[in-house]
Design a protein around this ligand. Structure first.
Ligand SMILES: Nc1ncnc2c1ncn2[C@@H]1O[C@H](COP(=O)(O)OP(=O)(O)O)[C@@H](O)[C@H]1O
Ligand SMILES: O=P(O)(O)O[C@H]1O[C@H](CO)[C@@H](O[C@H]2O[C@H](CO)[C@@H](O)[C@H](O)[C@H]2O)[C@H](O)[C@H]1O
Length: 444
């Protein structure tokens, strides 16, 4: 009965990864009572022969207040079952559990040694929930519950706790986490961090600057426009270099020897092959991309590698009143954990952010009545902020040499290939943005 109710409900959730495919079976793998009326469930969902696991907080009440009507899952007998992430009267138990390092039947709630957790703030579900659900407790904490579970320690937890232990700047302080054993592996279920209550998302700030430029008179340059973003891009570059420095100090590093550099090009090519098979729009661009990858084959220097962010873009950084903070060190969603924890050149993150400046500049052009006239302004904005970011990266101690140009370009194009697939799957109307990365530009 519970299985059927959950199967009908889970397919409608925003964070459910298997949308568009019928659910063949749902079964409860783990059911732990945290407190009367609050259960933690891990459910297995079978679709087309493959299984995914998700976690839920299941609330039980004999009557359901109006404020929880939208969270109703269904009724079993006289009991209302609902999605308890929306119930601040119950989510406080997560804080209690972490504050006191409670263990409930294999479910371990933990706090970072040395921090004190205030258990009084009430939670709200963050509106921007996507593949996970984030609970904001007052203006103190944000607790991200991973919905689809992948066995293993989440790289975000691993990285922020290691960086916080070094007092590294530019990160949101970690406070606690929830974990359990999944397939015999220590698995992160949730992470709780400092909530940056006075901060703005980098993507929103960049778009405000682009909008301002578009609205300015044609003779106003990106540098003279009121909302110029270059000083912020410069600071962001410096913050990025510092984060890379801290990551290199906190985790092992290595070098890819010259004779192994070709392997990097091979991995770019493998991704391209998979992407072309999935997205036909890429076919016409293969020769440009292949040529960039070929330049990596020709590199004659070794490449330092280390832990990196892995999915770095303007939506992953927030501007507080004092500086930039980097969030979400999880790598690219959907990639295997081993790949997300592997060592890469930090140029991979640099390339990710450069691509993001292109995205911000071009995203408002889609459907714009004056798109053709605005295109050069978009390019000017992107060029200006990309340069400022690179300058800041260098000023902050980041290493980019002349010889890195080929690798940086290959990382950029590889990221654009990833983005084409991401957009084809999630936002088909945006696909032109990454496709523009493959069009050679005339020299200015
Ligand atoms: N520590 C934080 N403080 C304030 N807001 C945050 C914090 N962490 C995340 N957010 C907000 O939540 C949004 C989504 O967070 P993120 O971790 O990137 O989730 P997802 O992995 O689902 O994209 C961010 O764009 C930001 O607006
Ligand atoms: O959900 P995540 O933030 O982990 O990352 C995924 O979604 C991102 C979109 O939200 C996607 O980023 C792409 O779009 C951004 C604008 O929305 C842009 O700033 C990025 O440069 C672009 O890559 C990201 O690639 C994907 O992994």
């Amino acid at each position: 009965m519970l299985d059927e109710l959950l199967a009908a409900w889970i397919g409608r959730q925003r964070w459910f990864g298997g949308k568009g495919r019928a659910i063949d079976q749902l079964s409860v793998e783990s059911d732990v009572e945290l407190t009367p009326g609050l259960r933690h469930l891990i459910v297995a969902v079978w679709q087309e022969g493959s299984r995914d696991r998700y976690q839920l907080l299941l609330g039980e009440r004999s009557s359901l207040p109006d404020r929880l009507g939208h969270a109703l899952i269904g009724m079993v007998g006289d009991t209302y079952l609902y999605d308890a992430v929306h119930d601040f009267e119950r989510t406080g138990w997560l804080l209690e559990g972490m504050a006191h390092d409670q263990t409930h039947n294999g479910l371990r709630l933990r706090h970072v040694p040395g921090v004190t957790i205030d258990t009084s703030p009430r939670s709200l579900v963050l509106g921007a929930e996507q593949s996970n659900t984030s609970l904001v407790f007052g203006d103190a904490y944000i607790c991200k519950l991973f919905r689809r579970l992948i066995p293993g320690v989440n790289p975000e937890l691993e990285i922020v706790t290691a960086l916080a232990a070094r007092d590294a700047p530019h990160i949101a302080q970690p406070y606690g986490w929830i974990e359990t054993d999944l397939d015999g592996t220590d698995t992160t279920l949730a992470i709780m961090q400092e909530f940056l209550c006075n901060a703005n998302d980098g993507w929103d700030l960049a778009l405000a600057s682009v909008r301002d430029l578009y609205a300015s008179l044609p003779e106003v340059t990106a540098a003279d426009a009121g909302g110029d973003f270059a000083a912020e891009s410069l600071r962001l570059g410096a913050a990025t270099a510092r984060v890379h420095h801290e990551l290199a100090a906190a985790f092992p590093t290595d070098v890819i020897e010259t004779h192994e550099v070709k392997r990097m090009a091979e991995s770019f090519r493998r991704r391209l092959g998979r992407a072309v098979a999935e997205v036909p729009e890429l076919r016409g661009h293969v020769s440009v991309i292949e040529e960039a990858y070929h330049q990596v084959d020709l590199l004659t220097h070794e490449v330092p590698v280390q832990r990196v962010h892995g999915d770095y873009h303007l939506g992953q950084v927030m501007r507080t009143p004092t500086d930039w903070v980097v969030l979400d060190f999880e790598g690219e969603p959907g990639q295997p954990l081993a790949e997300r924890r592997a060592l890469y050149s930090p140029l991979r993150d640099v390339a990710g952010m450069l691509r993001s400046f292109d995205y911000a500049a071009r995203h408002l052009l889609a459907g714009h009545s004056q798109a053709a006239e605005l295109e050069p302004r978009a390019q000017e904005w992107a060029d200006r902020n990309r340069e400022a970011f690179l300058e800041g990266y260098g000023e902050g101690g980041g290493m980019i040499t002349r010889g890195d140009a080929a690798l940086l370009r290959a990382f950029e194009l590889s990221k654009a290939v990833y983005e084409v697939v991401y957009e084809a799957r999630n936002r088909p109307t945006w696909i032109r943005i990454p496709l523009a990365a493959f069009t050679p530009r005339a020299a200015p």
